[in-house]
Design a protein around this ligand. Sequence first.
Ligand SMILES: Nc1ncnc2c1ncn2[C@@H]1O[C@H](COP(=O)(O)OP(=O)(O)OP(=O)(O)O)[C@@H](O)[C@H]1O
Ligand SMILES: [Mg+2]
Length: 314
Amino acid sequence: MLGTVSEPVVERTVAPVPPRAGAVGFAGPTELAAALESTGYLPDEGLATAAYLALVMHRPLFLEGEAGVGKTALAQALADVTGRPLHRLQCYEGLEASQALYDWDFGRQLLHLRAAEAAHVGQDPAALEASLYDRRFLLARPLLRALEDSPSVLLVDEVDRADDEFEAFLLEVLSDFTISIPELGTIRAQTPPLVVLTSNRTREVHDALKRRCLYHWLQHPDFDREVAILRRRLPEVSERLAREVAGATARLRTLDLLKPPGIAEAMDWASALHALGARELHPDLAARTLGAVLKYREDTDRVHALTREALFGA
Ligand SMILES: Nc1ncnc2c1ncn2[C@@H]1O[C@H](COP(=O)(O)OP(=O)(O)OP(=O)(O)O)[C@@H](O)[C@H]1O
Ligand SMILES: [Mg+2]
């Protein structure tokens, strides 16, 4: 629960942290893409451009796309290439502001009160009460941490799972990157965090929030990029197996399945096949390992019925 004692608000700006190694700008999207690639994240041109603009324009980046296409991983990769700490807020139904912003540590406040009473100090009730609302008793949650730890990367993951009320609250925070704590003052990051919001589009996020962001729809990668990702992430997998898995995964995506496989599933599939000693995608082995790539019974039943055509074309 947020504190309720109200006192005059004191503006407290977090001191700017000197840029860490690598936090200086990139000449353009191509340079950012190269830096991301060096961390193992392979963006396409559109995504690299959107991420670059988010960085230089200080605008949140709103990423929508199917599951497993690399939305969350981009935030981590951006933190890596900018040398900034990553703060992640995982959204869920019922998420409240106190879980995103801050909370008072009641247990420690109580101990402090008892200790003060035992030591007979803080007899002035107002002073004693004020001492309870010291920064050290504040539990910073991801949004506050992202401002205090400036410059940082803030990942607001799966925002479509949060309620409308939370979205409205988020809109407020993202509009001025300021958090008011009645008992402490206003916290404002000197450098706004690089914010990445992700959504699986289980519901539409309101236009007002989207308007504040740069928007990018993340597609499944094309064949060459998927092979490159598989090779990069799983160097132990043979090139032939990587290519065949990428090809079969792309075909599965055309089948109108309940859950088309993302890159994560393609990686799992390649790993599973490799663990079984495969160096190529043999149809029988593919059928036996479908559980690595498809996660609905209806989907596996369907693909089992047409394994050869589904995976290798007619
Ligand atoms: N462009 C890419 N380059 C390298 N690896 C990638 C790329 N895209 C995705 N991956 C890898 O694929 C996996 C899934 O990515 P991630 O978890 O970011 O997907 P997501 O879009 O957030 O999925 P979900 O909606 O289920 O949360 C991760 O292991 C990630 O590293
Ligand atoms: Mg994710």
